[in-house]
Ligand binder design. Sequence first.
Ligand code: SF4
Ligand code: SF4
Length: 165
Amino acid sequence: MGCRPLFQGNCGGGEAVDGENKKFWQHKSLSEMSASQWEALCDGCGRCCLHKLEDADTGEIFYTSIACHLLDIHRCHCTAYSNRAKAASDCLVLILQNTEIFSWLPKTCAYRRLFEGRALPPWHPLVSGDPESVHAAGISLRHRAVSDLHVNAQDFENYIIDIDH
Ligand code: SF4
Ligand code: SF4
């Protein structure tokens, strides 16, 4: 299972997201961002909190529509965010030093986009100025996922989806 990216910087933690830094993602690399900028970069889609299955032969990753039990699916917020790495023992926490995990994130993910040199889309809350835009665009998990509390592990294969389409 995935987990939302964890800030690994060691400086600039109090730097504001507004003012002159309003479009920080256009001129800062991921490693240059402050803690608050790193957090603001998340679009709040919740997609990384879906369970994934890995093909044992090919290593290919398949997304399911089954969300971590700690995700509030309507709000697409983690209910254990500050303690997420410990709260869900099978979560994989993305850090910049572990860059291969970027390829596991959905192609829509803001962290993956910037890591790959792509721009943020119009529906990203930092671009639109509206935190609801990620839901209105149909990118978020709202109305699209089921909690793992309601699905037996042996049935996960039946919930495989194409997350990028
Ligand atoms: S612990 Fe939180 S951030 Fe991690 S997968 Fe679960 S809901 Fe998502
Ligand atoms: S942008 Fe979406 S997929 Fe990426 S970390 Fe945030 S919630 Fe997860």
